[in-house]
Design a protein around this ligand. Structure first.
Ligand SMILES: NC(=O)c1ccc[n+]([C@@H]2O[C@H](COP(=O)([O-])OP(=O)(O)OC[C@H]3O[C@@H](n4cnc5c(N)ncnc54)[C@H](O)[C@@H]3O)[C@@H](O)[C@H]2O)c1
Ligand SMILES: [Zn+2]
Ligand SMILES: [Zn+2]
Length: 361
C-alpha cells in the first residue's frame, strides 16, 4: 500500500517551498523505502527552487539524508529493513562506458527509483538529485542506500550524502591535494569548509580560506584553514600569491561557481597547478579567458561532481574517521530544524548565518 506523508516541495520557480501531502509508492524491483531521520539543506536545493538547475517543477527537495531502511522491493539483497544508511546520488550502474573503463566515480547511468513519488492529484515529482528527502519516508533505488556505522548521528552522517562529500572530494579526490601542498578554497560554506577539512586531514600545509563573509572565515579556521582572506576587502589573487611565496597555490577550489570566483581560481594557482570547480554555475553564466594563459599555465582545469566519490568506499570511511575524532563531521551541523522550516533555512543560508541547517524527523 502506497503511503501518504508530508514533504517539502518547490511547486513553481522562485515561489517559497511548501509542505504538502505526497504519495510514496511501495518499493518495486530494485527499490527501497527509507524512513528519513535527518536531511541537510544544501545550496543546490535553493538552486532547484530558483529554477537554476532545470524547469522540471514540481521538485521534492532535500538530498543530504540519513535514515533507516523500512522496506525493500523484490530482488534487493544488498540492504534490508533496519539498516542505517546514508542516501547517495551516485548508485553506480557497473555497465556504462565510464564504469566499463574502471572509472565508476564518473558513472553516466546512475540508478534512481523507477516509480515516481507524486502529489495526491497524481502529478509526478522530480526528486532533487534523484533523492527527495525532506519527507518522512522516501523511495529510492536500493543502490542509493549506503550502509554506515549505525552509531553515527544521523544529522551529521546525512551531510555525507552531498555537501560534505562534494567538498572533501573536490580537494582530496579531484584536486589530489596531498601532504605538504598548498590549497586555496574560494567560498567557505558547507562545501568549501569540507574541502578545507579534507585538506587538513591529508596534511596540506598551507590552507587558504577565501570568502566575502568574516563569519565563514572564522568557521574555516576551525576546520583547519591556516590563513583567511576576505575577498571583499583585499584582492584574492594577490593575497593567495602572497601567502604562497608569490607563486599561487598547488590546488584552488572554487566552491562558489561564478565567473569572478573561477577567474580568481584560475590566476591564483601555481604553474602546473589544478583548479577544481565544485560550485554549480547557473545556465546564464559565461567566462572568457586568454587561451595563451590556459596553455602557458599548464596544469589542469577540472570539475568535480560529487567530489568524484564512490559512496560505498567513501561514506563508511568518513563516518569512521569522524567517530575516531579525525574528521569533524558533526561540526558542519549549525542547527537542527523541522520539516516546516526549510524556507527559513534558505534565508539563513542566503544571509550566511549557517553552514548547514539540518531537518530532523
Ligand atoms: N559539485 C557538486 O557535486 C556539488 C555538491 C553540493 C553543492 N554544490 C554547490 O557548491 C556550492 C556551494 O554550496 P554550499 O552549500 O557550500 O553553499 P553556501 O551558500 O553554504 O556557501 C557559499 C559560500 O560562498 C560564499 N561566497 C559567495 N559569493 C562569493 C564570492 N564572490 N567570493 C567568495 N565567496 C563567496 C558565501 O559567503 C558562502 O560562504 C553551490 O553552488 C552548490 O550548488 C556542488
Ligand atoms: Zn555506470
Ligand atoms: Zn547538495
Amino acid at each position: 500500500m502506497a503511503a501518504i506523508v508530508q514533504g517539502v516541495v518547490a511547486l513553481s520557480k522562485g515561489a517559497p517551498v511548501e509542505l504538502v501531502d505526497i504519495v510514496v509508492p511501495d518499493p518495486g524491483p530494485g527499490e527501497a523505502v527509507v524512513k528519513v531521520q535527518a536531511c541537510g539543506v544544501c545550496h543546490t536545493d535553493l538552486h532547484y527552487r530558483e529554477g537554476g538547475i532545470n524547469d522540471e517543477f514540481p521538485f521534492l527537495l532535500g538530498h543530504e539524508a540519513a535514515g533507516v531502511v523500512e522496506t525493500v522491493g523484490p530482488g534487493v539483497t544488498e540492504i534490508q529493513p533496519g539498516d542505517f544508511v546514508v542516501l547517495n546520488w551516485r548508485a553506480v550502474c557497473g555497465q556504462c562506458r565510464a564504469c566499463a573503463k574502471g572509472k565508476p566515480q564518473y558513472c553516466f547511468a546512475t540508478h534512481n527509483a523507477t516509480q515516481p513519488m507524486t502529489l495526491t492529484d497524481g502529478t509526478p515529482l522530480s526528486p532533487a538529485l534523484g533523492i527527495g528527502a525532506f519527507i518522512e519516508k522516501t523511495l529510492v533505488a536500493a543502490g542509493q542506500c549506503t550502509k554506515v556505522d549505525p552509531h553515527a548521528p544521523a544529522s551529521a552522517a546525512g551531510l555525507l550524502g552531498c555537501g560534505v562529500m562534494a567538498g572533501f572530494g573536490a580537494a582530496v579526490n579531484t584536486g589530489g591535494i596531498s601532504r605538504g601542498e598548498s590549497i586555496a578554497v574560494i567560498g567557505c560554506g558547507g562545501v568549501g569548509n569540507a574541502a578545507i577539512a579534507g585538506a587538513t586531514l591529508v596534511g596540506a600545509s598551507t590552507i587558504i580560506a577565501v570568502d566575502v563573509d568574516d563569519r565563514k572565515l572564522e568557521w574555516a579556521r576551525r576546520f583547519g584553514a591556516t590563513h583567511t582572506v576576505n575577498s571583499r576587502e583585499e584582492d584574492a589573487v594577490e593575497a593567495i600569491r602572497g601567502l604562497t611565496g608569490g607563486f599561487g597555490a598547488d590546488v584552488v577550489v572554487d566552491a562558489v561557481g561564478r565567473p569572478e570566483t573561477y577567474e580568481q581560481a584560475f590566476y591564483a594557482r601555481d604553474l602546473a597547478g589544478t583548479v577544481v570547480l565544485v560550485g554549480v554555475p547557473t545556465p546564464d553564466l559565461q567566462i572568457t579567458l586568454p587561451l595563451l594563459e590556459v596553455f602557458g599555465r599548464g596544469g589542469a582545469l577540472k570539475s568535480s561532481w560529487y567530489g568524484d566519490c564512490l559512496p560505498s568506499r567513501d561514506f563508511p570511511m568518513l563516518v569512521d574517521l569522524a567517530a575516531q575524532g579525525r574528521f569533524p563531521l558533526a561540526e558542519f551541523v549549525t542547527e537542527t530544524i523541522g520539516l516546516g522550516d526549510v524556507e527559513a533555512a534558505f534565508t539563513k543560508m542566503h544571509h550566511g548565518d549557517v553552514l548547514r541547517s539540518v531537518v530532523e524527523l
